[in-house]
Design a binder for this molecule. Structure first.
Ligand code: KIV
Length: 292
């Protein structure tokens, strides 16, 4: 997420230098498409789950080819794609549009799409209708929706319609008007109760956003389903980040929990400055880039 109470200046340096990291294996022969069942299996094996957001086909292909386990078509696109201050304005039609492109680019990663604000709050029936669109009109395998105990009935209805659900508790960005902004959520009893309710309602996994690391570790120990953390410490079963934040594509506000693995934004600007200079000085195009 972008606007947040706790930022860290320049934690880009914390990421290991690319030359010190093993190249990720691309499409190893034993790789199989991920299903929701893998999340429970991986939790029981202690094998950590990697998830990243994706909003378009090209990025989905790149992430999928880098062996990330799951892609989230997050309503964070309201901020990092649409340039808005929150996720509240994102519509169901827009989410379906992006989810279709992403899922077509993902051969192996499990694709989960966010139900946007207002598309599931009126009733469990509305949630089922909205969630059904993702499975009918896209190749997504699951939906994510925000809220704990108060959304349990809704989660149950969607799961009963054979649509796998990922829950989302702690900081739920669709609730910022009620929460008073993007703030770390510290009420341990409430987080625990919300996560339990989500699991009991049949969700296959739950995102824990911006909660203290010890609380997230406890939820992870006590819950039978996989926990995916964002700003929730290393004790979760997996991690998710907003891809433009991780890649340094977004130069806005950077929350404390984002680790920048690249500075793609600066690279793009450098490339574009070279292009502009080449156009202005007539160095582009040259003869080999022109037709006879
Ligand atoms: O919309 C989103 O990208 C999310 C993640 C931050 C978990 O919900």
């Amino acid at each position: 997420m972008i606007p947040f109470d706790e930022t860290i200046p320049g934690n880009f340096a914390e990421a290991p230098a690319p030359e010190n990291r093993a190249m990720p294996p691309i499409e190893s022969p034993e790789r199989k498409p991920v299903t929701v069942l893998d999340f429970a299996r991986w939790k029981s094996l202690g094998r950590k789950i990697s998830m990243l957001t994706a909003y378009d086909h090209t990025m989905a292909r790149l992430l999928d080819g880098s062996e990330v386990d799951a892609l989230l078509v997050g309503d964070s696109l309201g901020m990092v794609v649409q340039g808005k201050a929150s996720t509240l304005g994102v519509t169901l039609d827009q989410m379906v549009y992006h989810a279709e492109m992403v899922a077509r680019g993902a051969e192996f990663a499990l694709v989960v799409a966010d139900l946007p604000f207002g598309s599931y709050h009126a009733s469990p029936e509305q949630a089922v209708m909205s969630a059904t669109r993702f499975l009918k009109e896209t190749q997504c395998q699951a939906v994510k929706l925000e809220g704990g105990r108060r959304m349990a009935r809704t989660i149950r209805a969607v799961v009963d319609a054979d649509i796998p659900v990922m829950g989302h508790v702690g900081l739920t960005p669709q609730s910022i008007r009620r929460l008073g902004g993007f703030k770390v959520q510290r009420n341990e009893d409430q987080i625990m109760d919300d996560a339990r309710a989500v699991a009991e309602a049949g969700a296959f996994a739950v995102v824990l956003e911006c909660v203290p690391a010890d609380v997230a570790a406890r939820v992870t120990r006590e819950l039978p389903i996989a926990t995916i953390g964002i700003g929730a410490g290393a004790g979760c079963d997996g991690q998710v980040l907003v891809t433009p934040d991780l890649l340094g594509l977004y130069d806005g506000f950077r929350p404390k929990f984002v680790r920048r693995y690249a500075g793609i934004g600066e690279q793009i600007q450098q490339a574009i400055r070279s292009y502009v200079a080449d156009v202005q000085s007539s160095r582009f195009p040259n003869a080999s880039e022109s037709f006879r």
